[in-house]
Design a protein around this ligand. Structure first.
Ligand SMILES: Cc1cc2nc3c(=O)[nH]c(=O)nc-3n(C[C@H](O)[C@H](O)[C@H](O)COP(=O)(O)O)c2cc1C
Length: 167
């Protein structure tokens, strides 16, 4: 498997913490972490295996730094690349827009065929999520506000799945 570039945006540090855990779950495999707040498009181009992570802010919104950075993803040539997505949200306080940032990030990808790492809906309670598609989430869903005890296990299982799906 080729090296992985993991790009995340994080306002209060929760997505950043999850990014670090995902890196650890890959063990000795090379995973480079980038905060989208201060990184160039060249950093993106060098990886065939990409992971994008965002939290949810307001109805349908990605984390702020992603909102400013997303055009670098929209103009990237995705041929030969695989992309896995993860999102953080709060299903108790925002059950009508749960992990919408993840759903919006997915919508903004110019080529959906590169996306891997879908995740089952079971284990969460909410009314609506933009991140839901064809009976699955478009990527790993974490809720550090209400289910922090489930995060490590979810990451472990998702990473096992990605190890089979990345190039
Ligand atoms: C003002 C505000 C709005 C939020 N809006 C949503 C939302 O619409 N949907 C959701 O699932 N979570 C929402 N959240 C929860 C955050 O996405 C969640 O706490 C996340 O873990 C924060 O991650 P970060 O610190 O990496 O940015 C919101 C939180 C705040 C403070």
């Amino acid at each position: 498997m080729k090296p992985i570039g993991l790009f995340y945006g994080s306002t209060s540090g929760m997505t950043e913490k999850a990014a670090q855990k995902i890196k650890s779950a890959f063990g000795r495999h090379k995973v480079d972490l980038y905060n989208v707040k201060d990184v160039s498009q060249e950093a993106l181009q060098q990886y065939d295996n990409l992971i994008f992570g965002t939290s949810a802010w307001g109805i349908g919104e990605m984390q702020d730094d992603w909102e400013r950075w997303i055009f670098k993803v929209e103009t990237l040539d995705f041929s030969g690349k695989k992309v896995a997505l993860f999102g953080l949200g709060d299903q108790i306080k925002y059950p009508e827009s749960f992990v919408d940032g993840l759903g919006t990030l997915y919508c903004r990808l110019p080529d959906k065929s590169v996306v891997i790492g879908e995740w089952p809906l079971e284990g969460y309670q909410y009314y609506f999520s933009l991140a839901e598609k064809n009976g699955k989430f478009v990527g790993l869903v974490l809720d550090e506000n209400n289910q922090p005890d489930k995060t490590d296990e979810r990451i472990k299982n998702w990473v096992l799945q990605l190890k089979k799906e990345f190039v």
